[in-house]
Design a protein around this ligand. Structure first.
Ligand SMILES: [Zn+2]
Length: 212
């Protein structure tokens, strides 16, 4: 399955600063990312609420994540949520076989809907890396393992944005104040952050994302 998104380097002014210490972004990053949240966008530190989890995971089974979402959406009333993964994340590409890491990774792809691909694959495969299985033909077509790992990280971040967009509280905030959900991936080798943007296709032979 090819996901319809492309990548572009994040514009530091993508989200304009208010120049006031008012939270306007909930930033969900990975516990082992070395990327400082305030480096990507030209914002005051107070404008970004940070939540980190192993694998920048949005889990319906995690009280910390759910509390952070409720706080950011209902009390701080942020206008943006950023999911920021990073290339080379060992958590996204790991195959744990014991708890608790196994259970944590198993919840990476919670149900989007009763018929969603992620749900189907999670139920059919005991393997923790259900997303890889869901995209196995596309990923296995990439001859270089590093390219497969990078693509899996992008698919993972994209999946997390889709999980958020399916939540009733997100849908409500979108309708009420135009809340936006962004998927970023930090590229350590290039010292830059890319934005996953809906619309586009992936070309395994060229190893790049491009516009349709
Ligand atoms: Zn990581």
């Amino acid at each position: 399955m090819m996901e319809g998104f492309r990548t572009e380097v994040v514009d530091s002014h993508l989200i304009p600063s208010l120049r006031k210490p008012i939270a306007q972004i909930l930033w969900i990053g990975c516990s082992d990312s070395g990327w400082a949240e305030t480096r990507t966008l030209d914002l005051l530190p107070e404008e970004i609420i940070v939540h980190r989890s192993p694998g920048d995971l949005v889990s319906n089974n995690d009280l910390s994540t759910l509390s952070t979402l409720e706080y950011a959406l209902g009390i701080l009333k942020v206008d943006h949520i950023v999911i920021c993964g990073h290339y080379g994340c060992r958590l996204v590409n790991t195959h744990a076989d014991s708890s608790p890491l196994c259970e944590w990774l198993r919840s990476i792809y919670p149900p989007l809907s009763p018929s969603s691909t992620y749900t189907t694959y999670s139920q059919q495969h005991s393997d923790v890396n259900a997303l890889y299985n869901a995209h196995r033909p596309e990923l296995d077509a990439l001859p270089i393992s590093a390219d497969r790992d990078r693509r899996l990280v992008e698919l993972h971040v994209w999946a997390q944005t889709q999980v958020l967009l399916a939540r009733p509280d997100i849908i409500k905030a979108q309708a009420e104040r135009g809340l936006k959900v962004h998927g970023f991936v930090y590229d350590d080798a290039k010292d830059q952050c890319v934005d996953l943007i809906a619309g586009g296709s992936y070309h395994p032979s060229r190893g790049i994302m491009s516009v349709l």
